[in-house]
Write a new protein. Structure first.
Length: 1009
């Protein structure tokens, strides 16, 4: 096996050094020219990687103008970028990348009565629509990446949403583009009649070109709505199925939509808005054959739906296999269909909408498919099903192994009457090349997404070329568009000449030369593009290698290969990876950018506060990939760049659940910490923080001494200076009355007694009290005991060999001390195994500790005992919900007088356990339970206590948690995480309670303890 790594990223050139210096001197923006930062901006959601000259994050528009001027003077090309979610390599290039997404995201003016808005380019679609909702308006180009895509990027790509059949693409919804040209001039593009200055001249040039080439336009221009390739020369000779303007007039702004940043920098956009429809209904049409689904689309669109979206059998099965989507997809199925079409109607009259659904059923009956429509009239199930459809691509991308579904012909558009024939023929092409594709998306407009599985490190490029050639022949045969949604970029640039012919390609060159004669903006895009299969541009080129690494965790589940024709995965450990699977786990990040989100879910709290690519799951995964492939130089995995990228990762595991490909950055951070520990050893801070469980027993015997730090400011100041623990934080206070020391008084039974009770068929459980609930908050353990005893359980408190609370080793893992962590885990396993082997539940109170048993312990080489223990390890709420459902848990309760407001611990969310927390609280009669829509609390173990992180920690908490707690009135705040409770106390001066405490407080008969 060859284990030499890929070559290092190109160093910064002298020009780059000068550029960086000038940017630093003359702007307020962030200037990033180090290898890791440039590496993070070298990729987007495509297969390509090109290292930029440098990265600039402007603070405002003035910064942009200054940067353009400096770049022009130094002759460095410029590439504007939004979320970088482009699939064709639009946002990678050897340029100065200007990231608009951090600061250029204002709504400049909103004119609700006239339904127009002017925005800066970096605003994200969902953020804009959230603001418009109050006015009953929305911007209806609803791309699947609506939570990430910026309006500038959407305009750059001429993006298209699922509902384009009703609302059109970007080009149909942009009314003005305000551009900064290469020479520094402004160009305001809008309706032709009002143009002046540079805009009027440009319009004249483009009009002349369109007139000169009218014959070629008529002959070569695809007559489909979904055509986004090349420049929109057809503004002066309309060819789109859907006219660009309602009245047929010309708007120069449309030339710049789809220009992919090649003609100028968009400083602002004027957008048409649409009234939010009051109602929507969804008919899910189930088909026994894929061909029938495709053939029916042309009939269904005659009913004037707002969307017709395909989900094929593979996607259905993948969704079924995903716990988050299973019940949702199943609610839409009749039997086992080969494909479903999601047919949506929207409008203000609900009776009319129901009528439409009826008509859909009748139409399908007329087509010989009676009773195949599942009707969804309510909003919630519709929304849930749309989420499954939107997650389609991401679900597909979770395939492990080097073969990945590759985007290159994934949005060819053909007229609807040929859709069935086209998809059948393309499926044959895939089969001939030993691969297959999963079909989904926009059946209404003839743009079906499909990605064949290719291994770009091996024969992928050859197959890509062959498939592209055959697909293009089909597109030509059916008079379609090769580039129908995702733009040209590096991948489709060479097909522009194929699609439009040499004369129109020269016309495109003339447009570029008129507006950007010195090629300042995004060279080699649209005009003079490279070959799509130029391996020097690939992220995973055939010479891609990784360093050799002996990881401390078991990553073999990722060390596999797949069969592109069947998607079957080889056995764990057979993937020939020099890092034994760690690199392949890292490489699961396909850069789709889904982690750049601010809406639901946990991922990614640090990005939510900093908006820095470095502090994003994607940025971290890219940094790790560059490090393990040697592109950041020797020993980079344990070097500063990786350390810095991981510094604000709070290990919340939000990505483990929310990332569509399951990138588990928390575990990766543990791995890196362990590698660093092996290289550099432990710091004082690591020793004091990591070894809390080691000295906890003694500290809780002398609580007055150890708690002095909270009372004597000088000690807190010393702690900050020597150990980096923030003096502004109160530390948890040591308690003498631990559950262990009160075991007799609490009525706990011995190990032997518990085993006897279990053998006698009595209700039994083991309570495992983690270090924190044992020594800082023993009242939670007491509360849990009261509840369990009230329900008739005999309870044994797990003890380590020499007495004391056994620890899971998590604090050691956090500082990379895996050996100590393993020793701790072994001692814990020894204490728990006799019970787990007999099927006795092991109940934990602290989510991060208990769930370590079901997560990290399984990959630490601890053998079968780890699996046995994991199978019995339950959080308190999981246990009682399970028992209550089985009819074994029914103490008498009091009705809570206040409402219950829950903040979920990140690991509870990551393991999908929030339902159990709510269900446990709902055991209380009449309980009014709601969950705060919050990400990480920001405390995250020791993270928020550290002086270096306190501020960012508080900002995480202020995003949603603390405001919700402050607004909660007299509600009881429920939080199972020790650090979450401390953060709430620190930030909102409210005492949050463990779910066990809440339940204990509402037992009808006060238990003896
Ligand atoms: C999982 C997934 C699903 C997707 N689904 C869809 C979909 O449903 N519909 C769809 O159309 N696309 C889709 N895409 C593609 C992509 O998300 C969209 O094209 C999106 O609109 C790009 O937005 P962005 O902010 O990421 O732009 P970027 O990728 O950052 O940039 C896009 C282009 O705009 C240019 N640009 C950005 N800002 C400026 C500026 N200020 N001035 C000039 N040019 C600028 C860039 O140079 C680039 O050429 C999908 C991608 C993924 C990964
Ligand atoms: S980390 Fe996950 S969500 Fe983020 S870009 Fe990578 S694959 Fe997408
Ligand atoms: S573990 Fe949490 S903070 Fe770290 S990358 Fe994942 S989502 Fe972000």
């Amino acid at each position: 096996m060859k284990v030499d790594s890929a070559s290092e990223l190109q160093p910064v050139t002298d020009t780059g050094v000068a550029l960086a210096a000038q940017l630093r001197a003359h702007t307020r923006g962030e200037v990033m020219f180090d290898a890791a930062a440039r590496g993070r901006y070298a990729t987007d959601a495509s297969i390509y990687q090109v290292t930029p000259v440098g990265v600039f994050v402007p603070a405002d528009e003035a910064d942009v103008r200054t940067a353009l001027q400096i770049a022009r003077e130094l002759k460095v090309p410029v590439l504007p970028r939004g979320a970088g979610s482009s699939q064709c390599g639009q946002t990678v290039g050897a340029c100065l990348v200007i990231d608009c997404s951090k600061h250029l995201r204002r709504v400049i003016t909103l004119d609700a009565p006239h339904r127009t808005v002017r925005v800066q380019p970096g605003i994200v679609l969902d953020e804009l629509n959230a603001r418009l909702k109050a006015h009953g308006l929305w911007f209806p180009v609803d791309v699947s990446t609506s939570a990430q895509a910026t309006l500038g990027g959407m305009a750059g790509n001429n993006s298209c949403g699922s509902r384009s059949i009703a609302y059109g693409n970007m080009v149909h919804n942009v009314s003005g583009v305000h551009l900064r040209l290469a020479d520094g001039d402004a160009l305001h593009a809008g309706p032709l009649a009002h143009l002046t200055g540079r805009a009027a001249t440009a319009a004249h040039v483009v009009r002349t070109l369109a007139e000169t080439h009218c014959i070629e336009i008529d002959a070569m221009w695809p007559r489909v709505m979904r055509r986004v390739g090349g420049y929109n020369l057809d503004i002066f000779r309309p060819r789109s199925e859907r006219p660009y303007t309602a009245d047929g007039s010309v708007n120069l702004a449309h030339l710049f939509v789809g220009a992919e940043g090649t003609l100028g920098f968009i400083e602002a956009l004027d957008l048409h808005l649409t009234a939010l429809p009051r109602g929507k209904v969804l008919g899910v049409v189930n088909f026994a054959s894929f061909h029938r689904a495709m053939d029916s689309a042309r009939h269904i669109v005659k009913l004037k739906p707002t969307a017709v979206e395909l989900v094929d059998r593979t996607m259905i099965e993948l969704a079924r296999a995903n716990p988050a989507f299973k019940s949702v997809i199943e609610s839409a199925l009749i039997g086992a269909p080969e494909a479903i079409l999601l047919v949506e109607f929207s409008g203000d009259d609900r009776t009319a909408l129901r009528m439409q659904l009826r008509k859909l059923g009748e139409l399908m009956g007329d087509l010989g498919l009676p009773h195949c429509v599942v009707e969804m009239a309510d909003e919630a199930p519709q929304k849930a099903l749309w989420e499954v459809r939107k997650a389609g691509l991401n679900i597909m991308m979770s395939l492990k192994g080097d073969g990945k579904p590759v985007s290159f012909i994934e949005d060819c558009a053909v007229p609807l009457e040929h859709l069935a024939e086209y998809t059948a023929a393309l499926t044959d092409v895939f089969t001939r090349h030993g691969t297959r594709g999963t079909w989904y998306a926009h059946a209404s407009v003839g743009t079906l997404h499909v990605r064949p599985i290719l291994d770009m490190r091996r024969d992928g490029a050859t197959k890509m070329r062959a498939i592209a050639e055959e697909a293009s022949a089909l597109v030509r045969k059916f008079k379609g568009a090769y580039s129908g949604e995702h733009g040209d970029g590096l991948c489709r640039g060479e097909w522009i000449r194929w699609q439009f012919g040499p004369k129109l390609s020269e016309a495109f060159r003339a447009i570029k030369q008129h507006l950007d004669p010195d090629n300042l903006f995004c060279p080699h895009r649209i005009v003079d593009p490279p070959r799509m299969d130029d391996a020097s541009l690939f992220r995973f080129a055939p010479d891609y290698r990784t360093i050799a690494l002996k990881p401390v965790f078991d990553w073999s589940a990722w060390n596999v290969q797949n069969d592109p024709a069947t998607e079957a995965i080889s056995a764990p450990g057979t993937g020939d990876d020099a890092t034994l699977g760690f690199a392949k786990a890292v490489e699961m990040c396909n850069n789709n950018g889904h982690c750049r989100k601010f809406d639901a879910g946990t991922m990614c709290p640090s990005y939510r506060v900093t908006r820095d690519e470095q502090h994003l799951t994607r940025g971290r995964a890219n940094t790790l990939r560059l490090a393990v492939s040697g592109q950041l130089g020797p020993d980079a995995l344990t070097g500063d760049a990786v350390h810095d990228a991981l510094a604000l990762c709070v290990g919340c595991k939000g990505c483990k659940r929310d990332c569509p490909t399951g990138v588990d950055m928390a575990r990766m951070k543990f791995e890196v910490q362990a590698q660093r520990h092996a290289r550099f050893g432990a710091t004082w801070h690591d020793r004091v923080i990591g070894r809390v469980p080691d000295y906890a027993r003694w500290a809780s015997r002398l609580p007055w001494l150890f708690n002095l730090r909270n009372q004597v400011p000088a000690l807190a100041a010393l702690g900050e200076r020597w150990l980096g623990v923030s003096a502004q934080r109160r530390l948890p206070t040591w308690q003498r009355d631990t559950a262990g020391r009160r075991s007799r008084e609490l009525g706990l039974v011995t190990r032997e007694a518990l085993l006897r009770s279990h053998a006698a068929g009595q209700k039994t459980a083991v309570l495992w009290c983690d270090t924190f609930n044992e020594h800082f908050e023993p009242h939670n353990a007491v509360a849990a005991l009261r509840v369990l005893k009230a329900a008739g359980y005999a309870v044994h408190l797990a003890r380590a060999d020499g007495g004391g609370a056994p620890c899971c080793g998590r604090t050691h893992l956090a500082v990379g001390d895996v050996e100590r962590a393993r020793a701790k885990a072994r001692a814990l396993h020894a204490a728990l195994l006799p019970f787990a082997e007999r099927g006795i539940a092991i109940i934990g109170l602290e989510p991060s500790c208990l769930l370590t048993l079901r997560d990290e312990h399984l990959v630490m080489g601890m053998g079968d005992s780890a699996r046995t223990i994991a199978s019995q390890a339950l959080l308190f709420e999981e246990f009682i919900v399970r028992e209550a459902r089985a009819g074994r848990f029914a103490p008498a309760w009091r009705r809570p007088a206040q409402r219950l407001l829950v903040h979920g611990h990140c690991h509870q969310k990551a393991f999908g356990l929030m339902g159990d927390v709510v269900a446990a609280l709902q055991l209380l009669p009449g309980a009014d339970v709601s969950v705060i829509d919050s990400s990480c609390c920001g405390m995250a173990g020791s993270f928020g206590y550290e002086a270096a992180h306190r501020e960012v920690s508080m900002r995480m908490a202020e995003l949603s948690l603390l405001p919700a707690v402050r607004a909660a009135g007299d509600a009881i705040i429920v939080a199972d995480g020790t650090s979450c409770r401390h953060q709430i106390a620190d930030g909102a001066q409210r005492q949050a309670l463990h779910v066990a405490q809440v339940l204990a407080d509402h037992l009808a008969a006060a238990a003896a303890i």
